[in-house]
Design a binder for this molecule. Structure first.
Ligand SMILES: N[C@@H](CCC(=O)N[C@@H](CS)C(=O)NCC(=O)O)C(=O)O
Length: 209
């Protein structure tokens, strides 16, 4: 297996943390997003979506989506389980993961891509250029405030995002929370439950992946 990666980018970090939790090491190929290598002919042939991560299997199959890769790895190596263990927990983990992605990760993407000078005409990742829309950046920041409030409430009730076990929902939330420092947001001062959880999940060796 081989992982097309970019060390600084949040989407491949989700996969790297997932792999680290499983104790799996995969050789990586760095795709320099800063130099727009993702839009080169060579990389377009690997992933027409022009995004990382991409997991290339030994038979040449390529999985071009972070969660698709995690589903594959979970099936390949179920221990430790990161996507639930039975019908109930699988449903709950999926629901919380999707919530963290939709209301957190995508809100952050909206805020960042529509405001950063390095993302000019890169409002949406992929092969097509989309202009930045400053109103979307402002909306993204507002959505993140809602995300932080909901996450703090949830973590006041529950040790981890999806319940009493560390899961992929924590990975998505952690990557999102860390990413917010890029737009000088970060964890709100009064979010004590997020701080408690963030210290705990950041202390796991996988967090440095
Ligand atoms: N479907 C992909 C999208 C991943 C994605 O958006 N990756 C970003 C890095 S965080 C990317 O490759 N961006 C390339 C660009 O901005 O042109 C997934 O979730 O795995």
């Amino acid at each position: 297996m081989k992982l097309y990666d970019y060390q600084r980018a949040p989407s491949p970090r989700r996969v790297r943390i997932f792999l680290a939790e499983k104790g799996i090491t995969v050789p990586t190929v760095q795709v320099d997003l800063g130099a727009r290598e993702q839009n080169s002919e060579a990389f377009r042939a690997i992933n027409p979506d022009c995004t990382v991560p991409v997991l290339e299997l030994d038979d040449g199959t390529r999985i071009t989506d972070a969660i698709g890769i995690c589903v594959y790895v979970e099936a390949l190596q179920p221990e430790p389980p990161l996507m639930g263990t039975d019908a109930r927990s699988k449903g709950l983990v999926t629901a919380w993961q999707r919530w963290a992605e939709r209301d957190g990760f995508y809100a952050m993407m909206e805020a960042f891509r529509n405001s950063s000078s390095g993302m000019k005409d890169r409002g949406i990742p992929g092969p097509v250029s989309y202009p930045q829309i400053p109103e979307l950046a402002a909306r993204g920041r507002g959505r993140l405030a809602t995300f932080f409030a909901r996450l703090d409430k949830r973590l006041g009730e529950s040790r981890y995002v999806a319940g009493d076990r560390y899961t992929i929902a924590d990975i998505t939330a952690l990557v999102t929370v860390d990413w917010t420092s890029w737009i000088k947001l970060g964890i709100p001062d009064d979010a004590a439950h997020i701080r408690r959880w963030h210290a705990e999940v950041s202390a796991r060796p996988s967090a440095t992946a």
